[in-house]
Design a protein around this ligand. Structure first.
Ligand SMILES: [Zn+2]
Ligand SMILES: [Zn+2]
Length: 292
């Protein structure tokens, strides 16, 4: 019996020496960082369960952003993304961000397609003489936008700039109400096609209500680069024009895509030059992300 105890003690000491040697070796070859458990697999870590290690342990992530690590409802792809054209977009979750990749092409007819293209049509509200130079298919577009899966309003609103400020469900880009630095869209209006788009230095884009798929209704227009969705002039929550919009055309309510009230923008039901509805005159109420 005594012999057995001494043998066990010997083995135990040997094991301890072995463990000490191992961890000493680890310390000298790497820098440990803190990892947080991600039990629900949503890419967000539990601040209350962590371990220090050199390499990322299985089931652990580097952030501690998950106040509820029992359900991954925080980062499922929003229902509204199902309306984005599947041929022109690749949309996927990357941790707690949504990545949208577009080829910039619209999924509808326009006189801005080159002659012979299946979606090419005769101009109606514009004319060949008034149209901007360049066909849709002259541009080899490629646009990427990363937005938080659950965007929040910023403490301060910020103004939009030139170039793409959002992505429309068709595949093409959303611009604001300017055609150049401090140049309102007014002079370029005759070049807009029936869905208020034209070509420009960076491809085909929309400035005004997109009649190809939204005309005085609650349809989804697209997503603004701060991650909030843009809808038509009416709201699904009431079936009519919202009366509680902020300066950016935003408010918080349910939509056809969610039963939980969330912040979103609308095309404001205010006439511009007596006949137009600007898509998004701004400002961003969230934090804008680059479309590049
Ligand atoms: Zn333009
Ligand atoms: Zn609404």
């Amino acid at each position: 019996m005594m012999k057995y105890l001494i043998f066990s003690l010997f083995m135990l000491m040997g094991t301890m020496v072995f463990i000490a040697a191992c961890s000493k070796d680890d310390d000298s070859t790497c820098t440990e960082s803190t990892w947080y458990e991600d039990a629900d697999g949503d890419g967000l870590g539990n601040p209350d369960v962590s371990q220090d290690a050199c390499d990322q342990p299985n089931g652990y992530v580097s952030n501690s952003d998950d106040p509820d690590d029992t359900s991954n409802s925080g980062t499922t792809l929003h229902n509204a993304f199902a309306e984005f054209d599947a041929d022109n977009y690749t949309i996927y979750l990357d941790g707690n961000e949504v990545v949208l990749e577009s080829n910039g092409l619209p999924n509808h007819t326009s006189p801005y397609w080159s002659a012979g293209h299946p979606l090419d049509v005769e101009p109606t509200v514009t004319s060949y003489a008034q149209m901007a130079p360049g066909n849709i298919d002259d541009f080899n577009g490629s646009y990427t936008l990363r937005v938080p899966a659950n965007p929040v309003k910023a403490s301060n609103a910020s103004s939009t700039g030139l170039g793409p400020i959002g992505m429309a469900i068709s595949g093409s880009m959303i611009y604001n109400d300017e055609e150049g630095p401090n140049v309102p869209i007014d002079n370029a209006l005759p070049s807009l096609d029936y869905t208020a788009a034209h070509t420009g230095p960076q491809s085909y884009h929309y400035h005004l209500e997109t009649k190809a798929w939204s005309n005085d209704d609650e349809n989804l227009i697209g997503i603004i680069s701060d991650g909030f969705f843009l809808y038509g002039r009416k709201c699904n929550s009431t079936g009519t024009y919202p009366t509680d919009l902020d300066a950016s055309g935003g408010h918080t309510s349910t939509t056809q895509h969610t039963t939980v009230a969330e912040y979103h923008y609308h095309i404001q039901n205010e006439l511009y030059l007596n006949q137009y509805y600007i898509l998004f005159p701004g400002n961003y109420q969230g934090t804008p992300n680059a479309i590049q």
